[in-house]
Design a protein around this ligand. Structure first.
Ligand code: B12
Length: 426
């Protein structure tokens, strides 16, 4: 045996364990790039989604031409959003925030951006005033946090009052108490961004020592809540809040939990849990070890231009031979069941298809949807709307107790399942 070969064999036996780890890492890498291509593929569909753009830009691999085209569509959308906002429509705090993050992550500075920044500043003041008088923001704390984050990564100084609306006060504990993990994570990212902010072009902090200390204390409190929702298999809350929770963990230096959570999410994604482009857009950054705080550091230079779309074969639906049924009930405020239907389940139907079939068969049942970044939102059932200002919505559940973690377009009811549509408070 040649001494060189012996040495190599020796080396390999030493490196046995790291080699295995390396192989795993290569497999993970491949899985992540596949998800990246899948997200790129989703840009073919309308409407454009700023959250998808953010994820594509934070990735390690790019298709620069596709990203440029997508950015142009987003700019057009932002322009029409801003002009609609002048006609006294509902507040677009979160949506405008996502657009501003999308512009910053592409290193874009333009007229629309200044207009959008001004809009967001005003909306955040309005959100803050609303929390003072009504204990809750105009939209919700998730959008409030996205708004602060978007101003922050764009180097805009944020008002005292707006910032203090993000800090959980002890006598407000009950409000922060039932926040979802997604919302807690968004608040952490916003506060962390503010804490780390420096004055552009100068080497000094943007905010006073006292403000920064308060922000740190708030981050600690919020992170404690997030860690309490951590389960040993790597979920935080449910699988769709885990990506944002991992961003918060990563941003605060908990790489151990981040890694565990990442592997768990990669496995879930192999089982098809992240087909929805919005869900995938919240997942991808953290798989690449990125957080929304990295948006502020983007310089858009020397990026690898090698990402291609994948043409996926559509999943074969499972064919069912016998007629099977799914049951739909409607419960209004008084908890009385006002409607029930039995719908034949043909092959694999989404809940949306089931509801459409029910309303086609029976003129006593009808519903309305509104398009959102997550897909169609069930906005009204049998002429009763869920109302943001009354803080009501149509909650989806399986049986009486299991709240669905997907919307009507993504959820595939099983044979014999009882789906409940229930007007609820949030
Ligand atoms: C706030 C919030 C709500 C509020 C929204 C109203 C309000 N005024 O605040 C309420 C309580 C009504 C709500 C309801 C539901 N939600 Co919700 N919600 C959120 C949250 C925390 C923030 C959304 C937001 O403001 N985004 C910012 C703006 C810019 O984006 P947007 O798309 O324009 O926002 C609107 C839509 O997102 C819509 N919306 C909210 N939730 C959902 C869920 C679905 C499936 C759809 C289609 C739309 C939708 O309301 C937003 C405000 O108008 C997200 C967390 C996250 N990670 O994104 C979860 C989240 C989107 N919701 C989720 C779910 C599952 C639901 C429900 C299906 C729960 C249920 N069992 O009934 C219902 C929707 C049912 C229906 N009628 O169609 C999941 C979606 C996961 C997935 N894979 O689809 C998330 C990710 C939370 C989670 N981790 O489980 N939600």
């Amino acid at each position: 045996m040649q001494p060189g070969v012996l040495l190599l064999l020796l080396l390999m036996s030493y490196m046995g364990v790291p080699l295995l780890a390396h192989k795993l890492e290569v497999n993970h890498e491949k899985a992540i790039v596949a998800l990246n291509s899948l997200l790129l593929e989703s840009t073919r569909t309308v409407p454009a989604n700023p959250s998808v753009h953010i994820a594509l830009r934070l990735s390690e691999k790019h298709n620069l031409q596709e990203e440029q085209t997508y950015l142009r569509r987003l700019k057009t959308d932002l322009r029409s959003l801003l002009s609609r906002s002048e006609q006294g429509s509902r507040p677009f705090t979160g949506l405008v925030a996502l657009h501003l993050l999308a512009l910053r992550v592409s290193c874009q500075d333009l007229q629309e951006k200044r207009q959008a920044l001004l809009y967001l500043k005003n909306k955040l003041s309005a959100e803050r005033n609303h929390t003072i008088y009504h204990q809750v923001p105009l939209t919700n704390y998730y959008q409030y946090s996205l708004g602060v984050l978007a101003l922050c990564v764009n180097d805009i100084r944020i008002d005292h009052s707006v910032l203090s609306g993000l800090v959980p006060h002890d006598h407000h504990q009950h409000h922060h108490h039932h926040h979802s993990v997604d919302t807690l994570a968004a608040a952490v990212l916003a506060l962390k961004c503010m804490r780390e902010s420096t004055v552009p072009g100068r080497d000094v902090w943007m905010y006073s020592t006292e403000r920064r200390l308060k922000a740190q204390q708030a981050i600690n409190k919020l992170m404690e809540k997030i860690r309490r929702r951590w389960t040993s298999n790597g979920d935080v809350g449910n699988i769709y809040s885990t990506p944002l929770a991992l961003q918060a963990l990563l941003a605060t230096g908990d790489t151990k939990r981040w890694l565990k959570g990442k592997i768990n999410l990669l496995n879930k994604s192999k089982q098809g849990a992240f087909q929805n482009p919005m869900a995938l857009s919240q997942l991808l950054p953290v798989l690449y070890r990125k957080t929304y705080l990295d948006i502020g550091q983007m310089d858009c230079r020397s990026e690898s231009d090698e990402l291609r779309r994948v043409d996926l074969e559509p999943l074969e639906p499972e064919l069912s031979s016998q007629p099977e049924f799914v049951y739909v009930s409607v419960k209004e405020r008084n908890l009385a069941t006002t409607y029930t239907a039995r719908v034949p389940l043909i092959n694999q139907m989404s809940l949306l298809k089931v509801l459409q079939a029910a309303s086609k068969n029976d003129s006593n049942f009808n519903f309305k949807t509104e398009q959102t970044l997550w897909g169609p939102f069930l906005s009204s059932v049998n002429h009763v709307p869920g109302q943001d200002d009354a803080r009501t919505y149509w909650r989806l559940s399986s049986g009486a107790h299991t709240s669905l973690i997907e919307g009507i377009q993504d959820y595939l009811p099983q044979p014999g399942e009882h789906i409940l549509l229930q007007l609820s408070s949030f």
